[in-house]
Design a protein around this ligand. Structure first.
Ligand SMILES: Cc1cc2nc3c(=O)[nH]c(=O)nc-3n(C[C@H](O)[C@H](O)[C@H](O)COP(=O)(O)OP(=O)(O)OC[C@H]3O[C@@H](n4cnc5c(N)ncnc54)[C@H](O)[C@@H]3O)c2cc1C
Length: 433
């Protein structure tokens, strides 16, 4: 749609069948959250309200303890500090529906690109929906938006100056449905994400439009609470009883979800160059895929699209120059996001349950509320601003040092609400490098 705004006429080849009018097409996690970066792109297209109409607004996170306690952490003081939960299928359908209104776009579903030849002008080999040998198609250039196992990326990697950084998370994940509360049960609030941090194990539930939630359960492979310990019904129920007693009886389809839905590995990849001249450029997971703990993969992918659009606009459609500019801006951010996403796993899974982390977060919130211009938490910069990811990482490292310095001062927690606290925090902020 952004290319069409530039009066280009892209042809879109999609390996899957047309999703419009279909209930389910499988694929990855059932719902996800959109934040500032995604909406910046939707704003540029003028479709924010349409997308928001199928989302649930989430103003914070609910942390569930093993003792049944629940702590609510708002994402920030401003109304716009919110995530928007959406069904993946619903979002795809909505975007296709909107794209369908644009006569400049041509879709070919069930047309999977199997290989790319860059020896002359770019040539695609594409599988035919009816089977048989793939057909060949010569094109001007290729925008590889073909996900984590990108064919477009694999052709770049044939040149040894391209390098792929691959990292696996030590967990597998599965989806579990947490349906609406039954009579007499307290429903899970629908205005936020729910997190059960249990060391290496973590359950995250995202609200659905119907008031229920879809959970993603992340488990290590080995260990007392790993996949291998939950191989049978009894093992799985034991794991839920021990780790999630507050919802153990509220997951009626647990066995079905766990044993019949696929378990997926979490792999993150970043490539050191996201284009080749003006012929090929990568966006989305093809350029960088990250572990999902920060909820940024799609947000970053949509931001890629906007950055590429702006680079093309700035350079009057001089493709080589625009792709190179996009590459230069984006690659450092891609590496930074890969690291930030892994680090956030530690924060959600392990630290979320620790008392000193809770105090640190309380301090962070207080400082941010008192000095929103000088101090913004990492999560807030990543989720609620368009600040480049590499810059978010740099600023956050300094802010962590500020928090550590403040926490080393005796009695700081008691002084947090007092009139002199702002001055004290400001002094520390100005002295820490
Ligand atoms: C458990 C989990 C939770 C997540 N939660 C969030 C979240 O809350 N927020 C967030 O922002 N991100 C989240 N993500 C990340 C997000 O899902 C991805 O970053 C996003 O889907 C990437 O979009 P994409 O279009 O680049 O790739 P994909 O979604 O993989 O889409 C690629 C498309 O290309 C098609 N395709 C692939 N190969 C070919 C080919 N050879 N020929 C033709 N077509 C092809 C595929 O069929 C597919 O339609 C999550 C990921 C996981 C695994």
């Amino acid at each position: 749609m952004l290319l069409s705004k530039l009066k280009l006429k892209p042809q879109i080849f999609e390996g899957r069948t047309d999703l419009r009018g279909r209930q389910s097409a499988g694929g990855r996690s059932i719902n996800l959250t959109l934040a500032h970066r995604a909406f910046a792109t939707f704003d540029a297209l003028g479709i924010t309200d349409e997308v928001r109409s199928i989302c649930v607004k989430c103003r914070g996170r609910y942390f569930h303890g093993t003792d049944g306690s629940v702590r609510y952490h708002p994402y920030g003081p401003r109304d716009e500090d919110a995530l928007y939960a959406v069904s993946r299928m619903g979002l795809l359908r909505k975007l296709l529906e909107i794209a369908d209104r644009d006569p400049g776009l041509q879709f070919a579903f069930t047309h999977r690109a199997v290989s790319i030849d860059l020896s002359g002008s770019p040539r695609l080999s594409i599988d035919r929906p009816e089977g048989g040998d793939p057909y060949q198609l010569q094109v001007d250039r290729i925008i590889g938006a073909d996900g984590q196992s990108s064919v477009a990326r694999s052709v770049l990697l044939q040149d040894p100056s391209y390098d792929l950084h691959v990292r696996y998370a030590p967990v597998l994940y599965r989806e579990v449905s947490l349906p609406l509360a039954k009579r007499g049960e307290t429903p899970l609030p629908a205005d936020g994400l729910h997190i059960w941090p249990r060391g290496e194990v973590i359950l995250v539930a995202i609200p659905n439009l119907d008031g229920g939630h879809t959970g993603s359960l992340f488990l290590p492979i080995e260990g007392p609470h790993g996949f291998n310990a939950a191989r049978d019904r009894a093992g799985l129920r034991r794991l839920f009883r021990e780790l999630f007693p507050d919802i153990e009886n509220r997951v009626p389809s647990l066995e079905f979800d766990f044993f019949h839905r696929p378990a997926s590995v979490l792999c993150s990849v970043v490539i050191n160059r996201v284009h080749r001249g003006g012929e090929v450029v990568l966006v989305g997971d093809a350029a960088r895929s990250v572990v999902p703990y920060l909820g940024q993969g799609l947000n970053a992918g949509l931001e890629d699209a906007l950055q590429l659009f702006r680079a093309l606009e700035r350079n009057d459609l001089a493709f080589g120059k625009a792709f190179a500019e996009y590459n230069e801006a984006r690659v450092p951010d891609n590496y930074a996001l890969q690291e930030l996403a892994f680090a956030h796993y530690e924060e959600l899974a392990v630290k979320g349950a620790q008392q000193d982390y809770i105090v640190r977060k309380q301090l962070e919130r207080t400082v941010q509320e008192l000095m929103p211009k000088e101090f913004e938490s990492l999560y807030s910069m990543v989720s609620f601003s368009a600040r480049p990811y590499a810059e978010c990482a740099r600023l956050a490292a300094k802010q962590e040092r500020v928090l550590t310095r403040l926490l080393s001062r005796p009695g700081i927690v008691e002084r947090m609400g007092t009139p002199g606290f702002k001055q004290e925090a400001l002094e520390v902020l100005q002295t820490v490098q």
